[in-house]
Design a binder for this molecule. Sequence first.
Ligand code: NBP
Length: 473
Amino acid sequence: GTARIAVTGLATMGSNLARNLARHGFRVAVHNRTPTRTKALVEDHGHEGEFVAAETMEELVASLQKPRQIIIMVKAGGPTDAVIDELSGLLEPGDMVIDGGNAHYADTRRREAALKAKGLLFVGAGISGGEEGALNGPSIMPGGPAESYVHVGPVFEEIAAKVDGQPCCVHVGPDGAGHFVKMVHNGIEYADMQLIAEAYDLLSRVGGHTPAQLADVFKQWNEGDLESYLIEITAEVLKHTDSTGGALVDKIEDAAEQKGTGRWTVQEALELGVPVTGIAEAVFARSLSGHIEQRKAVREALGAHEVVAKPDEQLVEDVRQALYASKVVAYAQGFDMIREASKNYDWNIDLGAMATIWRGGCIIRARFLNRIREAYDANPELASLLVDGYFSDAVKAAEAAWRRVAVRAVESGVPTPGFVSALAYYDALRSERLPASLVQGLRDFFGAHTYRRTDKPGSFHTLWSGDRTEIEA
Ligand code: NBP
């Protein structure tokens, strides 16, 4: 065969990725379970590059140069397994199967091991940036065996987004590392959006600003440290008026949906024992918003809470600082999670490189990712992003404003779980003593779970139901 690479699964993501490949001069073989999609792609976009249309999987495999590289862009889960099964019977040792869907990293680990046994190289690649990114340059997070990257890397780096001339693509690590990092990326995206939403809520309900005024505020914020795609599109959404002439945001039902990657992130964080409070609060806030009936029942029983607007000069700037500090915490937690997983699975992930490849192509692309990269470049062993000089200065500078915002939110009854839990996390990490001492005392009382002492080594138990002397456990 003569095609450089193949894509199977030509819905939105797959067809855009195939077009991106073709536009970059790669001869790309295309296939879809239902052949009408393949025909439509070649008819509508055949002029953009060199496509080889394949009706069957056999044809697709035959159309490729060796070693073969096939990107799967089908619905995650069962469909991906079905396609892998079909392909693995047709491929030869050394060929590469690349899953560009939103797979759970545990599935990717399982698939990688199964294909390795057949001599095939399996690459679980996180691809971020939605349909727009797939077409014009996504952020790509490929995992899998290092030798696969020799072949896949140059192609992916070519079609990925570029920032300062650098491609937003790097080999993340073995087996499920790429999909794991993509999952955490999505979790951070949840946290970031929740914080933005809280800022909007406070400024509209306590600050008394209209969506149009807030569009200007966010536009201004986008000129500074907060500069990011999400802040930019927040201004766009807030500015938009619909056919009724009013702000669209006031008409959109306030029940947030989720596809599940945020939930996965929190589930995995619980397993790894990493407190990703920002992501967890964001997932729960979406879930709470969706309980329309329960919200109504409680509102009716207790009375709706009326927030009285009390505009003041300082609020906008205070909220900006609280948003920035809370965002730093959310990213610090996300990076902690990647570091822990990397240790746990021996992935050896370069944290600074992750910040680098998120600077373009993906939803959380932001100026401040440069700072994260610099922090990990300077010290790959950072105990927390909060320890880095730039970030510790930034959160300390924001601290007073952050506390004022938390107080205003609590006093006025605007729920800000993201801001408040980020502040609690910051305060907890900086506390000399935590009340975990009492928790340990209670656990020892009812369950003889033992405790350690600050003044001598060893484990101890107090005979709570006896004479209350202490014994060494
Ligand atoms: P969908 O997730 O909607 O999947 C549709 C594709 O899967 C079609 O090509 C369909 O073929 C194929 N397919 C299904 Br369904 N079952 C199949 C089976 N048993 N065997 C073979 N093919 C099967 O497509 P998408 O929205 O383009 O997303 C593709 C992947 O990219 C997903 O994993 C998604 O999570 C991920 N992703 C999506 C986005 C996004 O913004 N949409 C962003 C990042 C990642 P058919 O035409 O014959 O039905």
